[in-house]
Design a protein around this ligand. Structure first.
Ligand code: IPE
Ligand code: IPE
Ligand code: MG
Length: 257
């Protein structure tokens, strides 16, 4: 049976987050410059977005450029920004045809004006789409986001809008770039690195982590489906015991009947 057919459509994660890593190593292995790997990586983005939309996943967050990535060589940054503009431009029709809404998290003000403009245009054009929400993390880092949220809350306290004791995890989450988006149930990282690299630290408190050795440009729809299947085989306990979880499941089933 095909991998996709093995997926239980009733147990899909609402939100999948993905650290697309390994473009540079992919290129080097083929004897190319790093930028070639980024170019090839765009194809994997297309396939993955399509795969998520086909399954009916509601949110897909792709880590495209981190705050720390600004420290890379200028020509690589320029190439990445150019690729971003090109890819969005080329994919507009496909986003519309597939009912995909594009949004971003991150400090967009640090991006080149052209990238900002293209992104804004695409976000406006797709804002009424009701299928998959594709969230691009651009100039994003979790510590940046958490510090920003803290600043906003501190300001609200200063002007008397809220009291310090009003701050709870719900209010805090409402100040993050991901406000209104459910926490990811599954986080995938490619390229064999087992680290988070400043991505969604707050949001992944109870997320299932999936690491694969596949380099991002080689990542296929089936790789995505495999990660979903693996996710579905796990027992998410949220601090409870296995027995408690089984009981909750049994009660749910009874209610459905
Ligand atoms: C991921 O691939 C893309 C970005 C971080 C923009 P890398 O460029 O990090 O590739 P490696 O990790 O050096 O192989
Ligand atoms: C994480 O990859 C950031 C993105 C995928 C955009 P990096 O390649 O920047 O992460 P490190 O340096 O290996 O931790
Ligand atoms: Mg990398």
């Amino acid at each position: 049976m095909e991998i996709k057919e093995q997926i239980n459509r009733d147990k899909l994660p609402d939100h999948v987050a993905l650290i697309m890593d390994g473009n540079g190593r992919w290129a080097r292995k083929q004897g190319f410059a790093r930028v070639k790997g980024h170019e090839k990586g765009v194809g994997a983005v297309k396939d993955t977005v399509e795969a998520a939309a086909e399954l009916g996943i509601r949110f897909l967050t792709l880590y495209a450029f981190s705050t720390e990535n600004w420290n890379r060589p200028k020509y690589e940054i320029d190439a990445l920004m150019k690729l971003l503009v090109q890819a969005i431009h080329n994919e507009m029709k496909s986003l519309m045809d597939n009912n995909i809404r594009l949004t971003t998290i991150g400090d967009l003000s640090t991006l080149p004006a052209k990238s900002q403009k293209e992104l804004q245009r695409a976000m406006n054009a797709t804002s009424a789409n009701t299928g998959l929400t594709l969230i691009l993390a651009l100039s994003y880092s979790s510590r940046w986001e958490i510090v920003e949220a803290t600043r906003k809350l501190a300001e609200d306290v200063r002007i008397g809008k809220i009291a310090p004791e009003d701050i709870d995890s719900k209010l805090f989450a409402s100040q993050l770039a991901t406000a209104g988006i459910p926490d990811p149930e599954l986080l995938i990282r490619t390229s064999g690195e087992s680290r988070i690299s400043n991505f969604l630290l707050w949001q992944i408190a109870y997320t299932e982590l999936y690491f694969t050795n596949t380099l991002w440009p080689d990542f296929t729809k089936d790789d995505f489906f495999r990660a979903i299947l693996d996710f579905q085989s796990r027992e998410r306990r949220f601090g409870l015991t296995s027995e408690q979880i089984n009981q909750v499941e049994a009660t749910k089933k009874k209610r459905i009947k």
